[in-house]
Design a protein around this ligand. Structure first.
Ligand SMILES: *Cc1c(COP(=O)(O)O)cnc(C)c1O
Length: 374
């Protein structure tokens, strides 16, 4: 054979006799077709399925106690697929403080395709009941909410929704399955931005939908995954599968540090208020206590005494906290949220959102202490 042929054919059997402890990465976009036309293990083409994605989806379904998981290239692609699984004329209900990109997706994209939506304070049951119509097909929940950490009673809303044949989806990105399992509380679908805690190292984007049962909506979401093609790459899946192995430890440790830091911030005279569901004085602590386990998460929001400028000064003074958006990574982050969400955001201008990482809580407290000094 000539060099060109050897260059292509010699590495073909290299997997034989190798027994890796860590999962291999299958970058192949296409898979061998057998003599009878069938495909071994069902793998044909990587947009449709691949070994790393199948492995990840199995783990995700198990962790969230669901029947089927469908993965995407980002959290927003997962939300998009769920909304697209509904029909023209359907109505959805979103929390008034829902993650701002979800609100924009409903408003700027899906409204034009005939999906209507209402924004409501979902923690106020009477207000929620008022916006329900016979067209309502989906109630979207996000708890704790972003960035003010309101807690929604999932069991109460799912019981009510079931009686009215309305599907409930929960964006469980912040609690992760380590702190909360909404499917066990009656929700039909859980959505994650796996970009956050699942990856855990701020180096991979991803999203997923996990369904309690195989049903019409889960089938449609799968079809949208396969046909729209917003799929995670094999390497994305591999990184997420690796991240998941340490996620329980990371989330528990980050939550424990966050509780300590939230308590410290409460006692600081330069802080106007602290939003953290683990604090007994949080208005929804009693609900958080019943539907969260292993801790209350690593996200804290604080109002700094004074103006937005005072808040920005504090964030600039911090040395261990990186000024950046996002959350769930090993490094602590701080963010002036209003300037990220834009002029129409309801977030107070003196609010800083803090994501606690895996640095020692003592060091993070020392850093906050010096940043709040002048
Ligand atoms: C980050 C995030 C999303 C969006 O996920 P991407 O992976 O950035 O597309 C949705 N909901 C919440 C709560 C998030 O934190």
């Amino acid at each position: 054979m000539k060099t060109e042929t050897l260059a292509i054919k010699t590495s073909k059997e290299q997997n034989e006799g190798i027994h890796p402890v860590s999962s291999p990465l299958y970058l192949s976009t296409t898979f061998l077709r057998n003599e009878d036309g069938s495909f071994s293990d069902g793998f044909r083409y990587s947009r449709l399925d691949n070994p790393n994605r199948r492995d990840l989806e199995r783990t995700l379904a198990i962790l969230e106690k669901g029947k089927v998981a469908v993965t995407f290239s980002s959290g927003m692609a997962a939300v998009h697929a769920l909304f697209q699984s509904l029909s023209t004329g359907d109505h959805i209900i979103l929390p008034d403080d829902v993650f701002f990109n979800v609100k924009m997706l409903a408003k700027d994209i899906f409204q034009r395709w005939g999906l209507s939506f209402s924004l409501v304070d979902v923690t106020d049951e009477e207000a929620l009941i008022k916006v329900i119509t016979e067209k309502t097909k989906l109630i979207w929940l996000e708890t704790p909410s972003n960035p003010q950490m309101k807690i929604t009673n999932i069991k109460k809303i799912t019981a009510f929704a079931q009686a009215n044949k309305i599907m409930v989806a929960v964006d469980n990105t912040w609690p992760t399955p380590i702190l909360s399992n909404p499917l066990e509380m009656g929700a039909d679908v859980v959505m994650h931005s796996t970009t956050k805690y699942f990856g855990g190292h701020s180096d991979v984007m991803g999203g997923c939908l996990i369904f309690k049962t195989h049903n019409n909506i889960s089938n449609k979401s799968r079809q949208i995954q396969l046909l729209s093609g917003a799929v995670p790459s094999p390497f994305d899946c591999w990184l997420l599968s690796r991240g998941i192995k340490t996620m329980p430890l990371r989330v528990k440790s980050q939550s424990a540090s966050a509780l300590r830091i939230a308590k410290y911030l409460c006692s600081h005279p330069k802080i106007e208020s602290v939003f953290y569901p683990g604090l007994p004085e949080h208005p929804h602590h009693h609900i958080a206590k019943t539907q969260m386990k292993n801790g209350y998460g690593s996200m804290i929001a604080v109002l700094i005494n004074g103006s937005g400028d005072n808040a920005i000064t504090v964030s600039n003074n911090l040395k261990l906290f990186t000024k950046a958006t996002s959350l769930g990574g090993v490094e602590s982050l701080v963010e002036h949220r209003k300037s990220v969400e834009g002029i129409n955001s309801l977030t107070p201008n003196n609010l800083l959102r803090i994501s606690i990482g895996l640095e020692h809580a003592d060091d993070l407290i020392d850093d906050l202490n010096q940043a709040l000094k002048d």
